[in-house]
Ligand binder design. Sequence first.
Ligand SMILES: *[C@@H]1O[C@H](CO)[C@@H](O)[C@H](O)[C@H]1NC(C)=O
Ligand SMILES: *[C@@H]1O[C@H](CO)[C@@H](O)[C@H](O)[C@H]1NC(C)=O
Ligand SMILES: *[C@@H]1O[C@H](CO)[C@@H](O)[C@H](O)[C@H]1NC(C)=O
Length: 344
Amino acid sequence: MTFLPFWVFVLAGCFSVSLAEASNLSDLYPPLWEESPSQLNDYKVENGKYIVNPWVYPERLGAYKILLNKTGSYFEKFGPENKLNLLWGLPLQHGWQYTSGRLADPTQETDCGYESGDHLCISVDSWWADINYFLWSLPFLAAVDSGIMGISSNQVLLSPPAKDQKKFCLSVAACQSSFPKAMKKWKDFYQHLKVASSSFEDLLEYLWAAHTSTLETTHKAFEDRFQYYSKPEASFGRNWLVSVKYIGAIEFPTTLIKTHEFQKVLPQRMLVDGDKAPFINDFTELQNMVLLGLKVVYEVDYYTGSLSLTVMETLMKVPGAKKEILKYMEKILENATSKLLGSN
Ligand SMILES: *[C@@H]1O[C@H](CO)[C@@H](O)[C@H](O)[C@H]1NC(C)=O
Ligand SMILES: *[C@@H]1O[C@H](CO)[C@@H](O)[C@H](O)[C@H]1NC(C)=O
Ligand SMILES: *[C@@H]1O[C@H](CO)[C@@H](O)[C@H](O)[C@H]1NC(C)=O
């Protein structure tokens, strides 16, 4: 039971973020947002098809940017300036992967993704880049297929990576046939997005259903990438993957500000041998705690055979319980934070 506070602590971290309103929302955008393509015409066109190269950071980011723009009008009823668009979580995560060096070639055999080399390159050997590929291509292509992007489904092609091409899908039709369940969930999300009566909570539920389904059906193909990583980084990746299911179960609202605040507690660099939370010197105390917490979530999940996830999901479905749980978590976080600060 001593594990519980840590576990709850992490989950609570998602919710009770100090909402210091940014004076300029554009400060919260992922790096190179302004410079990235903002319309499909900014991409290469061949035989009437847009060619997007997801192995170059601004091209991947640009597709997110267009997606955010094209879905913006559906989120207007919840708040201004597109800041409550729930799709913000995706490009912000990708931005964190980029700045923290997680898109670079982990084998270090090429200069792909390194500041001193081809810094915009996204490596196919990066576990993070591969996992993100599907949280990028499926929502993007499902939006195309749902008529949201204003082009027809056969009008966009994705460039293949340098190797392992069979592990990836490169068009609406190919992704549809390889990952029908996840594609359907993304399309369900867009379907509900277009329905005027859909609530913020409804959309959040559909979004997370699509997100977790995508991870579930794609992550196994990239287990081999962990061999290139330090032990702490590989274990962080595994812990993160499991924790995201819990973050999804409590339906973390992936809006611009909340995601931005939440990401501050994630490691700002790759973990190296010898990094051991909560004793990593150049991480804040909160970052250390969260890193430890993610490990605890992973272990609780492992030792309970995911029963803890089922319990969590069941609890969240009890009418009225969700609000109470979140409030309780917020309290625990407040307490934990004040203890942390007090011990400084
Ligand atoms: C916000 O930042 C952007 C980019 O740095 C800049 O172009 C814009 O003028 C700023 N807006 C305000 C209101 O300061
Ligand atoms: C989308 O982009 C167009 C053209 O740049 C712009 O006028 C519009 O305000 C944008 N919509 C949103 C929701 O950002
Ligand atoms: C938070 O701390 C206060 C005072 O120490 C305590 O009364 C309360 O029960 C704690 N709340 C939770 C949720 O742990």
